[in-house]
Structures are given as structure tokens and as C-alpha cells.
Design a protein around this ligand. Structure first.
Ligand code: HGY
Ligand code: MN
Ligand code: MN
Length: 412
């Protein structure tokens, strides 16, 4: 059976790490930033250099395509994302895209005739600086008006950014692929958690992906003179927000151990030494593999948050700005990944992904699978994010084998 070309893959990965490289040794390639656009252009150039076709769809998803002999053959998508969180790591998303491109080259070099087309795809805005899973939801036909009306990054920036890069909001939905045109989706990704390292497993076979919900909260009190306003008559918005952040931690830890909750940012107005904060804006994210847990946590948390705000004399408004449902991944695809790893003599571990991925947008419309490789000490979304090259190479070879297995098993 064929293998990826290790030197070629490593050269691509290293070149990509230079695009948007940060002082700390990570990358900053937030959606449609110069670095992100440069990385996408670089990806298309590499595809052309390999003699592959390229395409950019109405949601800005960028692809390299290895066509099948039969033009009506379905497409097996292999992909991930080239955008990153601000000040992120080199591997999140990037590894999956370069490994997908290398899988197409390896098949092309071997002259294999498959009953499916292979497409290496870089999805737009996976990380959600604008919306989150924007490109993959559009391709799956699952981009809701609600997500576009109240996106995580704010309505204004979504509209401005789409216009700036020449995308039209009305046409995003044209990126939809009919499910019958898809033979499946595979994504290689770093685990971003500690499980594979802890269990000394080389390959993670992802069984499910947690769902997440994002909210913007606004606490409104009264900006007052910090020197003359008695402590007893203050309506301090920052104190209300701080109490809420602790409430999130206590509610999740004490009552919802299967969930995680994060207040990722607090902005205070007017933000001065000598003014009691009149406003505090929070970003909240809740995650769980079980949707009913998220429903219960949301209800419980917001009920107590409104009560606490009222007792502090604060007004609280909560806006939902994102919702990605948890998914189970296709059992046959998990088996194909596991077999591919075992054929390579690699140890495997089945696990749930706490991180969100484009695969959760694809899973409802086509058989989807994810291959994880170990993250050192589970560090991710940080310049210290690291995976050994041998593990990256293992992951790419398992991706290739699983792709060949899915290609053969798809009647096409
Ligand atoms: O946020 C996440 O879970 C993923 O890295 N986008
Ligand atoms: Mn990420
Ligand atoms: Mn990712």
C-alpha cells in the first residue's frame, strides 16, 4: 500500500508555519487576516504545483481536487482549516490541511484510479472569529440565519469582512453540496487534550465531538465617582460579572461534571482607576458531548445569574451568539481509521473530542471521521502547542489509508 512522502509533507508543514508566524513561535492567522489569506493562496499554489485542480466555493472554502475517472463520482473530502485563534499554535488545523494535500499527491503519484474524487479542503473560519464552522456549515447546507444574524464576532465585522474579501452573505448557502455528491469526510487533527499522551496511544479514533454554545452577557450598573460613592450604594457592573464568572465555575464543577464552562473575556466600561464600572461585557462558552446537559446547564446558570444580578441592582442581558450541536461520528469510518492504524502497527484509543471541529458540521450529511495525534501535555490554542513529527507522519499515513478504505467501500 502507498505511503505519504514524508519529506514533501514536512517541507509543506514548515513552510506553512512561517505564514503568520508569531514571535512566540506559534501562528496568528485569524479569519481573513493577511496571514490567513496568504496561507490560502499558498495552499492553492501547492495544489497547482502538484498538478491538481483547485476550487474556491461561495463560502470561500479552498480546495485541491483529484478528479475521478467518472465525472459523476462522489467526492471524498479530506480537510481541516488554515485559520487559527489569535496567538495560536502551529498544528491546530494546519496539520490536517497539509496532510490532506499530501494524501492527494500520494494517490496521484501512485496513479491509483479511485471510484471517488478526492478533495483536500481548507474550511473558512473554523475558529469562529467571525461565526465558527462557517465554511463547513455552508458546505453542509446547515448555515442558519440565526448564526448569521448574531454571530460570535459580531454582525458588523461579519458583514464588513465578507465584503472585504469579496464574499456575499446571500451566496454563502450556494456552497452547499448535496449529500449524495459526498462519499464522506476525514479530518486529521491534533487532540488538543492530554488523553493520547496519558494512555500512550499513537492514534486517536474520535467517536463523538462535543457541542458548544456561545453567549455575550452585558451587566449594566452605574458608572460613579470612585472616591465619593459609598460602597453601600454602588451598582458595580464588574463585581456582578466577576460573581458570574465564579458562578459558571461552581455550577459546572458542582452540578454538571460532564460539561465545561469558560468566561473567555471581560470588557469593562469606562475602564479607569477612578470610575466605578458601569458596564461589563462577558464572553461565555459552554460545552458538552450531551445536548440535554447543555440545555439544563444553560437554564440553571442563567436563572441564578439573573437572580444574582438583580440582588446586585444590575441589569443583565444575555445574547446567544453561536451554537454547534454535539455529534456521534460514523462507526464504519471509525473502524476504517482503526484498521488503518493497526495495519501500520500503531496503538489506538477511542475518545470523544472536547474541541469543536469541521467534522461536526459534516457528520449530519455524510459519514465523517476524525484521526487524532497526541498533543504534548494537551497544550493547544497557544504557541507552546506541539506534536512530535513522527506522530504527525503517523497521522498522515492513517489518513491516507482510511481515505483509500473509504474510497474502495463507497460504491461511487
Ligand atoms: O474551539 C474549538 O473547539 C476549536 O479549536 N475550534
Ligand atoms: Mn482550534
Ligand atoms: Mn481545529
Amino acid at each position: 500500500l502507498i505511503a505519504v512522502n514524508a519529506d514533501r509533507l514536512r517541507a509543506d508543514f514548515r513552510a506553512l508555519c512561517e505564514i503568520g508566524r508569531t514571535q512566540a513561535g506559534g501562528v496568528s492567522r485569524t479569519t481573513f487576516s493577511d496571514a490567513h489569506l496568504d496561507a490560502r493562496e499558498w495552499f492553492l499554489r501547492r495544489a497547482v504545483a502538484a498538478g491538481l485542480e483547485t476550487r474556491v466555493d461561495a463560502a470561500g472554502n479552498h480546495s485541491a481536487v483529484l478528479a475521478a475517472a467518472r465525472s459523476s463520482a462522489p467526492t471524498l473530502l479530506l480537510g481541516s482549516h488554515l485559520d487559527s485563534v489569535p496567538d495560536g499554535g502551529r498544528f491546530d488545523g494546519a496539520l490536517g490541511v497539509v496532510a490532506a494535500l499530501e494524501a492527494l499527491r500520494a494517490v496521484n503519484d501512485a496513479g491509483l484510479a479511485l471510484p471517488v474524487a478526492l478533495e483536500a479542503i481548507d474550511f473558512t473560519d473554523e475558529e469562529g472569529s467571525l461565526v465558527g464552522l462557517l465554511g463547513s456549515l455552508a458546505l453542509a447546507g446547515a448555515l442558519t440565519q440565526e448564526l448569521l444574524e448574531a454571530p460570535r464576532g459580531g454582525r458588523e465585522s461579519l458583514v464588513a469582512e465578507l465584503a472585504r474579501v469579496g464574499l456575499s452573505e446571500a451566496q454563502l448557502k450556494d456552497a452547499r453540496r448535496p449529500p449524495e455528491a459526498l462519499a464522506g469526510y476525514l479530518e486529521l487533527h491534533i487532540e488538543q487534550g492530554p488523553e493520547l499522551q496519558r494512555h500512550r496511544a499513537q492514534i486517536g479514533v474520535v467517536t463523538a465531538i462535543a457541542g458548544s454554545r456561545s453567549f455575550r452577557l452585558l451587566f449594566e450598573g452605574a458608572a460613579r465617582h470612585a472616591g465619593t460613592t459609598p460602597m453601600s450604594s454602588r451598582r458595580d457592573a464588574l463585581l456582578g460579572a466577576a460573581r458570574f464568572a465564579l458562578l459558571v465555575r461552581d455550577t459546572v464543577v458542582d452540578r454538571f461534571p460532564g460539561c465545561v464552562g469558560t468566561v473567555g473575556a471581560i470588557e469593562v466600561e469606562p475602564s479607569a482607576f477612578n470610575v466605578v464600572p458601569g458596564r461589563a461585557r462577558l464572553l461565555l462558552e459552554l460545552r458538552s458531548p450531551a445536548a440535554e446537559q447543555l440545555d439544563a446547564l444553560e437554564a440553571q446558570l442563567f436563572r441564578s445569574a439573573h437572580r444574582a444580578a438583580a440582588s446586585d441592582g444590575l441589569d443583565l442581558t444575555i445574547e446567544r451568539v453561536g451554537r454547534w450541536d454535539p455529534v456521534e461520528l460514523d462507526a464504519k469510518t471509525q473502524a476504517a481509521i482503526e484498521r488503518g492504524a493497526q495495519d501500520l502497527g500503531l496503538s489506538t484509543l477511542r475518545l470523544v473530542s472536547g474541541a469543536g471541529h469541521d467534522a461536526q458540521a459534516l457528520a449530519p450529511v455524510t459519514r465523517a471521521g476524525m484521526i487524532f495525534v497526541p498533543s504534548i501535555d494537551g497544550i493547544s490554542h497557544d504557541p507552546a502547542e506541539h506534536t512530535s513529527w513522527l506522530h504527525c507522519l503517523n497521522g498522515a499515513n492513517v489518513l491516507l489509508r482510511a481515505a483509500l478504505s473509504l474510497a474502495q467501500s463507497s460504491s461511487g
